[in-house]
Design a protein around this ligand. Structure first.
Ligand SMILES: [Zn+2]
Length: 372
Protein backbone atom coordinates (compact mmCIF):
# COMPACT_ATOMS: atom_id res chain seq x y z
CA UNK A 1 0.00 0.00 0.00
CA UNK A 2 2.71 2.47 -0.91
CA UNK A 3 1.14 4.03 -3.96
CA UNK A 4 -0.76 6.67 -1.97
CA UNK A 5 2.27 8.06 -0.20
CA UNK A 6 2.18 11.32 -2.16
CA UNK A 7 -0.78 13.52 -2.91
CA UNK A 8 -1.62 14.77 -6.34
CA UNK A 9 -2.71 18.40 -6.20
CA UNK A 10 -0.87 19.57 -9.32
CA UNK A 11 -2.11 17.92 -12.52
CA UNK A 12 -0.19 20.56 -14.51
CA UNK A 13 2.93 18.41 -14.26
CA UNK A 14 3.72 15.28 -16.28
CA UNK A 15 1.81 16.66 -19.26
CA UNK A 16 3.34 14.33 -21.85
CA UNK A 17 2.57 11.12 -19.93
CA UNK A 18 -0.90 12.38 -19.16
CA UNK A 19 -1.60 13.27 -22.78
CA UNK A 20 -0.62 9.76 -23.80
CA UNK A 21 -2.86 8.26 -21.11
CA UNK A 22 -5.72 10.53 -22.16
CA UNK A 23 -5.29 9.57 -25.81
CA UNK A 24 -5.49 5.91 -24.83
CA UNK A 25 -8.60 6.55 -22.75
CA UNK A 26 -10.31 8.44 -25.55
CA UNK A 27 -9.32 5.85 -28.12
CA UNK A 28 -10.76 3.03 -26.08
CA UNK A 29 -13.89 5.05 -25.37
CA UNK A 30 -14.40 5.82 -29.05
CA UNK A 31 -14.22 2.11 -29.94
CA UNK A 32 -16.79 1.10 -27.33
CA UNK A 33 -19.13 4.01 -26.81
CA UNK A 34 -21.75 2.05 -24.88
CA UNK A 35 -19.53 1.42 -21.86
CA UNK A 36 -16.47 3.64 -21.97
CA UNK A 37 -13.34 2.09 -20.54
CA UNK A 38 -12.17 4.02 -17.51
CA UNK A 39 -8.67 3.98 -16.21
CA UNK A 40 -9.38 4.81 -12.57
CA UNK A 41 -5.75 5.31 -11.73
CA UNK A 42 -5.35 8.12 -14.28
CA UNK A 43 -7.51 11.13 -14.98
CA UNK A 44 -7.04 13.77 -17.68
CA UNK A 45 -5.04 16.89 -16.95
CA UNK A 46 -6.76 20.25 -16.81
CA UNK A 47 -5.01 21.19 -20.06
CA UNK A 48 -6.66 18.22 -21.74
CA UNK A 49 -10.04 18.98 -20.19
CA UNK A 50 -9.77 22.59 -21.40
CA UNK A 51 -9.02 21.38 -24.93
CA UNK A 52 -12.01 19.01 -24.89
CA UNK A 53 -14.44 21.72 -23.81
CA UNK A 54 -14.31 23.35 -27.24
CA UNK A 55 -15.40 20.11 -29.01
CA UNK A 56 -19.07 19.27 -28.23
CA UNK A 57 -19.06 15.56 -29.20
CA UNK A 58 -15.78 14.71 -27.51
CA UNK A 59 -16.85 16.78 -24.52
CA UNK A 60 -20.02 14.74 -24.00
CA UNK A 61 -18.06 11.52 -24.22
CA UNK A 62 -15.47 12.85 -21.81
CA UNK A 63 -18.16 13.85 -19.32
CA UNK A 64 -19.65 10.35 -19.39
CA UNK A 65 -16.20 8.84 -18.91
CA UNK A 66 -15.57 11.16 -15.98
CA UNK A 67 -18.95 10.39 -14.42
CA UNK A 68 -18.19 6.71 -14.58
CA UNK A 69 -14.82 7.42 -13.02
CA UNK A 70 -16.53 9.28 -10.20
CA UNK A 71 -18.95 6.39 -9.66
CA UNK A 72 -16.14 3.86 -9.44
CA UNK A 73 -14.01 6.09 -7.25
CA UNK A 74 -16.98 6.79 -4.97
CA UNK A 75 -17.61 3.07 -4.60
CA UNK A 76 -13.95 2.56 -3.82
CA UNK A 77 -13.98 5.43 -1.31
CA UNK A 78 -17.04 3.88 0.36
CA UNK A 79 -15.23 0.58 0.70
CA UNK A 80 -11.97 2.14 1.87
CA UNK A 81 -13.88 4.23 4.44
CA UNK A 82 -15.38 1.03 5.84
CA UNK A 83 -11.88 -0.47 5.95
CA UNK A 84 -10.56 2.65 7.70
CA UNK A 85 -13.32 2.47 10.30
CA UNK A 86 -12.52 -1.21 10.90
CA UNK A 87 -8.80 -0.40 11.07
CA UNK A 88 -9.49 2.30 13.67
CA UNK A 89 -11.52 -0.14 15.75
CA UNK A 90 -8.71 -2.70 15.47
CA UNK A 91 -6.21 -0.04 16.57
CA UNK A 92 -8.26 0.84 19.65
CA UNK A 93 -8.67 -2.86 20.47
CA UNK A 94 -4.90 -3.34 20.19
CA UNK A 95 -4.23 -0.39 22.51
CA UNK A 96 -6.58 -1.87 25.10
CA UNK A 97 -4.62 -5.14 24.98
CA UNK A 98 -1.50 -3.30 26.20
CA UNK A 99 -0.39 -4.47 29.66
CA UNK A 100 0.43 -0.87 30.63
CA UNK A 101 -3.02 0.60 31.29
CA UNK A 102 -1.67 4.17 31.43
CA UNK A 103 -0.71 3.87 27.74
CA UNK A 104 -4.42 4.20 26.94
CA UNK A 105 -4.38 7.77 28.18
CA UNK A 106 -1.49 8.73 25.92
CA UNK A 107 -3.08 7.36 22.75
CA UNK A 108 -5.85 9.08 20.85
CA UNK A 109 -7.69 6.92 18.38
CA UNK A 110 -7.50 8.29 14.83
CA UNK A 111 -10.87 9.18 13.36
CA UNK A 112 -12.20 8.66 9.86
CA UNK A 113 -13.88 11.78 8.52
CA UNK A 114 -15.26 12.25 5.02
CA UNK A 115 -13.80 15.28 3.29
CA UNK A 116 -16.50 17.95 3.29
CA UNK A 117 -15.20 19.92 0.28
CA UNK A 118 -15.90 16.87 -1.90
CA UNK A 119 -19.56 16.92 -0.93
CA UNK A 120 -19.69 20.62 -1.84
CA UNK A 121 -18.03 19.99 -5.19
CA UNK A 122 -20.50 17.25 -6.10
CA UNK A 123 -23.58 19.34 -5.20
CA UNK A 124 -23.56 21.53 -8.32
CA UNK A 125 -23.30 18.78 -10.91
CA UNK A 126 -25.44 19.22 -14.03
CA UNK A 127 -25.66 15.43 -14.40
CA UNK A 128 -26.22 13.52 -11.16
CA UNK A 129 -23.46 11.18 -10.12
CA UNK A 130 -24.50 7.58 -10.86
CA UNK A 131 -24.95 5.17 -7.97
CA UNK A 132 -21.73 3.49 -6.84
CA UNK A 133 -20.83 0.31 -8.66
CA UNK A 134 -20.39 -2.91 -6.69
CA UNK A 135 -17.39 -2.79 -4.40
CA UNK A 136 -14.22 -4.34 -5.72
CA UNK A 137 -12.52 -7.12 -3.78
CA UNK A 138 -10.47 -5.94 -0.85
CA UNK A 139 -6.77 -6.72 -0.71
CA UNK A 140 -6.34 -7.79 2.90
CA UNK A 141 -3.46 -10.21 3.19
CA UNK A 142 -3.02 -12.87 5.84
CA UNK A 143 0.10 -11.57 7.50
CA UNK A 144 1.16 -13.34 10.70
CA UNK A 145 -0.15 -11.57 13.81
CA UNK A 146 2.77 -10.18 15.85
CA UNK A 147 3.13 -11.85 19.24
CA UNK A 148 3.49 -8.84 21.54
CA UNK A 149 0.75 -6.33 22.41
CA UNK A 150 3.09 -3.44 21.50
CA UNK A 151 3.82 -4.93 18.08
CA UNK A 152 0.10 -5.44 17.50
CA UNK A 153 -0.54 -1.77 18.27
CA UNK A 154 2.25 -0.80 15.88
CA UNK A 155 0.82 -2.97 13.10
CA UNK A 156 -2.72 -1.72 13.72
CA UNK A 157 -1.52 1.90 13.60
CA UNK A 158 0.42 1.31 10.38
CA UNK A 159 -2.55 -0.40 8.75
CA UNK A 160 -4.87 2.37 9.91
CA UNK A 161 -2.60 5.09 8.53
CA UNK A 162 -2.21 3.28 5.21
CA UNK A 163 -5.95 2.80 4.77
CA UNK A 164 -6.64 6.42 5.70
CA UNK A 165 -3.98 7.53 3.24
CA UNK A 166 -5.70 5.50 0.53
CA UNK A 167 -9.05 7.00 1.51
CA UNK A 168 -7.70 10.55 1.32
CA UNK A 169 -6.07 9.83 -2.03
CA UNK A 170 -9.30 8.37 -3.45
CA UNK A 171 -11.44 11.24 -2.21
CA UNK A 172 -8.97 13.73 -3.60
CA UNK A 173 -9.28 12.08 -7.00
CA UNK A 174 -13.08 12.15 -6.72
CA UNK A 175 -12.88 15.87 -5.97
CA UNK A 176 -10.68 16.49 -8.99
CA UNK A 177 -12.89 14.47 -11.33
CA UNK A 178 -16.04 16.21 -10.05
CA UNK A 179 -14.38 19.58 -10.61
CA UNK A 180 -13.50 18.58 -14.17
CA UNK A 181 -17.09 17.53 -14.87
CA UNK A 182 -18.37 20.81 -13.48
CA UNK A 183 -15.95 22.72 -15.66
CA UNK A 184 -16.94 20.80 -18.80
CA UNK A 185 -20.71 21.13 -18.19
CA UNK A 186 -20.69 24.68 -16.79
CA UNK A 187 -20.60 28.07 -18.45
CA UNK A 188 -17.24 29.17 -17.09
CA UNK A 189 -14.33 29.19 -19.49
CA UNK A 190 -11.67 29.66 -16.86
CA UNK A 191 -10.11 26.48 -15.42
CA UNK A 192 -8.48 28.25 -12.49
CA UNK A 193 -11.42 28.31 -10.01
CA UNK A 194 -11.89 24.56 -10.44
CA UNK A 195 -8.18 23.91 -10.20
CA UNK A 196 -8.14 26.06 -7.06
CA UNK A 197 -11.02 24.12 -5.46
CA UNK A 198 -9.11 20.88 -5.99
CA UNK A 199 -5.94 22.45 -4.60
CA UNK A 200 -7.91 23.43 -1.50
CA UNK A 201 -8.98 19.81 -1.01
CA UNK A 202 -5.42 18.65 -1.57
CA UNK A 203 -4.18 21.14 1.00
CA UNK A 204 -6.67 19.86 3.54
CA UNK A 205 -5.81 16.23 2.81
CA UNK A 206 -2.11 17.02 3.26
CA UNK A 207 -2.84 18.85 6.53
CA UNK A 208 -4.84 15.89 7.84
CA UNK A 209 -2.02 13.53 6.90
CA UNK A 210 0.45 15.80 8.71
CA UNK A 211 -1.74 15.82 11.84
CA UNK A 212 -1.95 12.04 11.72
CA UNK A 213 1.83 11.80 11.38
CA UNK A 214 2.30 14.11 14.37
CA UNK A 215 -0.13 12.02 16.43
CA UNK A 216 1.74 8.87 15.49
CA UNK A 217 5.08 10.46 16.39
CA UNK A 218 3.71 11.62 19.75
CA UNK A 219 2.34 8.14 20.42
CA UNK A 220 5.70 6.53 19.62
CA UNK A 221 7.45 8.99 21.94
CA UNK A 222 4.96 8.22 24.72
CA UNK A 223 5.55 4.49 24.21
CA UNK A 224 9.32 4.98 24.33
CA UNK A 225 9.03 7.03 27.52
CA UNK A 226 6.87 4.31 29.08
CA UNK A 227 9.36 1.64 27.96
CA UNK A 228 12.31 3.49 29.52
CA UNK A 229 10.30 4.11 32.69
CA UNK A 230 9.56 0.37 32.87
CA UNK A 231 13.26 -0.41 32.54
CA UNK A 232 14.10 2.11 35.28
CA UNK A 233 11.28 0.63 37.37
CA UNK A 234 12.79 -2.85 37.08
CA UNK A 235 16.44 -1.84 37.31
CA UNK A 236 18.80 -3.23 39.95
CA UNK A 237 22.34 -1.93 40.48
CA UNK A 238 25.63 -3.48 41.52
CA UNK A 239 26.01 -2.65 45.26
CA UNK A 240 29.83 -2.64 45.26
CA UNK A 241 32.85 -3.17 43.03
CA UNK A 242 35.41 -5.93 43.64
CA UNK A 243 35.93 -9.67 43.41
CA UNK A 244 33.55 -12.02 45.27
CA UNK A 245 35.52 -13.05 48.36
CA UNK A 246 32.83 -15.28 49.90
CA UNK A 247 29.55 -16.65 48.67
CA UNK A 248 26.19 -17.38 50.32
CA UNK A 249 26.01 -20.68 52.31
CA UNK A 250 27.53 -22.71 55.19
CA UNK A 251 31.06 -21.77 56.30
CA UNK A 252 33.40 -21.84 59.33
CA UNK A 253 32.66 -19.41 62.16
CA UNK A 254 34.81 -16.26 62.06
CA UNK A 255 35.51 -14.47 65.35
CA UNK A 256 36.98 -11.02 65.81
CA UNK A 257 36.78 -8.11 68.29
CA UNK A 258 33.24 -7.46 67.10
CA UNK A 259 32.10 -11.04 67.88
CA UNK A 260 31.74 -14.31 65.98
CA UNK A 261 30.01 -14.78 62.65
CA UNK A 262 27.19 -17.22 62.00
CA UNK A 263 28.11 -20.73 60.72
CA UNK A 264 25.90 -19.92 57.78
CA UNK A 265 27.04 -17.04 55.57
CA UNK A 266 23.86 -15.13 54.87
CA UNK A 267 25.16 -12.88 52.14
CA UNK A 268 27.72 -12.28 49.42
CA UNK A 269 31.08 -10.68 50.26
CA UNK A 270 32.64 -8.23 47.84
CA UNK A 271 36.32 -7.32 48.29
CA UNK A 272 35.76 -3.62 47.79
CA UNK A 273 38.76 -2.45 49.78
CA UNK A 274 38.41 0.24 52.46
CA UNK A 275 36.30 3.39 52.10
CA UNK A 276 34.93 2.27 48.75
CA UNK A 277 31.45 3.43 47.73
CA UNK A 278 28.46 1.18 48.48
CA UNK A 279 25.39 1.66 46.32
CA UNK A 280 21.71 0.94 46.91
CA UNK A 281 20.94 -2.14 44.80
CA UNK A 282 17.49 -0.75 44.18
CA UNK A 283 15.42 2.24 45.13
CA UNK A 284 13.52 2.02 48.37
CA UNK A 285 13.19 3.26 51.93
CA UNK A 286 15.97 2.96 54.51
CA UNK A 287 14.57 0.94 57.43
CA UNK A 288 17.78 0.55 59.44
CA UNK A 289 20.95 2.65 59.57
CA UNK A 290 23.35 2.11 62.49
CA UNK A 291 25.33 -0.43 64.48
CA UNK A 292 23.89 -3.98 64.44
CA UNK A 293 26.12 -6.53 66.24
CA UNK A 294 28.05 -8.81 63.90
CA UNK A 295 26.86 -6.70 60.96
CA UNK A 296 28.82 -3.77 62.36
CA UNK A 297 27.57 -0.57 60.81
CA UNK A 298 24.61 -1.69 58.79
CA UNK A 299 22.05 -0.28 56.37
CA UNK A 300 18.84 -2.10 55.50
CA UNK A 301 16.68 -0.89 52.62
CA UNK A 302 13.07 -1.94 52.01
CA UNK A 303 12.19 -2.15 48.31
CA UNK A 304 8.56 -3.16 48.72
CA UNK A 305 6.97 -6.47 47.67
CA UNK A 306 8.66 -8.16 50.66
CA UNK A 307 12.18 -7.51 49.34
CA UNK A 308 14.94 -5.92 51.46
CA UNK A 309 18.71 -5.57 50.97
CA UNK A 310 21.36 -5.20 53.67
CA UNK A 311 24.84 -3.67 53.58
CA UNK A 312 27.18 -4.64 56.43
CA UNK A 313 30.64 -3.78 57.90
CA UNK A 314 30.29 -0.12 56.82
CA UNK A 315 33.22 1.98 58.00
CA UNK A 316 32.93 4.24 61.05
CA UNK A 317 31.19 7.43 59.98
CA UNK A 318 30.49 5.85 56.60
CA UNK A 319 26.68 5.73 56.70
CA UNK A 320 25.28 8.53 54.53
CA UNK A 321 21.56 7.79 54.84
CA UNK A 322 19.04 7.80 57.67
CA UNK A 323 16.01 5.70 58.64
CA UNK A 324 12.93 6.68 56.67
CA UNK A 325 14.97 8.19 53.85
CA UNK A 326 14.05 7.36 50.26
CA UNK A 327 17.04 6.31 48.17
CA UNK A 328 17.34 5.80 44.41
CA UNK A 329 18.69 2.78 42.56
CA UNK A 330 22.50 3.01 42.52
CA UNK A 331 22.61 5.83 45.06
CA UNK A 332 25.87 6.10 47.05
CA UNK A 333 24.58 5.22 50.54
CA UNK A 334 27.74 4.29 52.49
CA UNK A 335 31.47 3.56 52.42
CA UNK A 336 32.96 0.12 53.03
CA UNK A 337 34.85 -0.79 56.18
CA UNK A 338 35.44 -3.69 58.56
CA UNK A 339 33.13 -2.99 61.50
CA UNK A 340 31.39 -5.96 63.24
CA UNK A 341 32.45 -9.59 62.63
CA UNK A 342 34.87 -8.86 59.83
CA UNK A 343 38.53 -9.63 59.15
CA UNK A 344 39.09 -6.94 56.53
CA UNK A 345 37.40 -4.16 54.59
CA UNK A 346 34.64 -5.57 52.42
CA UNK A 347 30.94 -5.28 51.66
CA UNK A 348 28.72 -7.98 53.05
CA UNK A 349 25.59 -7.75 50.90
CA UNK A 350 22.35 -9.44 51.93
CA UNK A 351 18.98 -10.00 50.28
CA UNK A 352 15.80 -10.81 52.22
CA UNK A 353 12.63 -12.18 50.66
CA UNK A 354 9.72 -11.94 53.12
CA UNK A 355 12.22 -11.86 55.97
CA UNK A 356 14.25 -14.88 54.81
CA UNK A 357 17.84 -14.51 53.61
CA UNK A 358 18.35 -15.69 50.03
CA UNK A 359 21.48 -16.07 47.92
CA UNK A 360 22.11 -12.55 46.54
CA UNK A 361 23.98 -13.69 43.43
CA UNK A 362 21.22 -15.62 41.59
CA UNK A 363 18.73 -13.06 42.93
CA UNK A 364 20.63 -10.24 41.24
CA UNK A 365 21.38 -12.23 38.08
CA UNK A 366 17.65 -12.88 37.68
CA UNK A 367 17.18 -9.10 37.69
CA UNK A 368 19.81 -8.41 35.06
CA UNK A 369 22.42 -7.15 37.50
CA UNK A 370 25.67 -8.46 38.89
CA UNK A 371 27.47 -8.23 42.20
CA UNK A 372 31.12 -7.26 42.41
ZN1 LIG B 1 29.84 -11.63 54.63
Amino acid sequence: MNHHASFRPAPKLCAITAVAAFALTMGAAAEATATPTVNVSESPTWTQVRAVKAQPEVKELQVSVLERTVAELSAKAEQVRAEATAATAAFVDAVYELPDVSARDTITAPTVEPLQPIVALGAGLANPVPAPATASTDDTTDEPTPDTPEARVELAATTQAAVEGELAQTELKVAETLAQIRYLTGPLEDVEPFQASVDAVAKRVAAEAETRLQEQTARKQAEETARLAAIEEARWANPGTGRISDVFGPRPVICSDGGCSSPFHGGTDVATGCDAPIFAARRGTVVYAGYDGTHGNFVLIDHGDGIQTGYAHITVGGIFVGVGQWVGTGQHIANSGTTGASDGCHLHFEVYENGNQVDPQPFMWARGSNIG
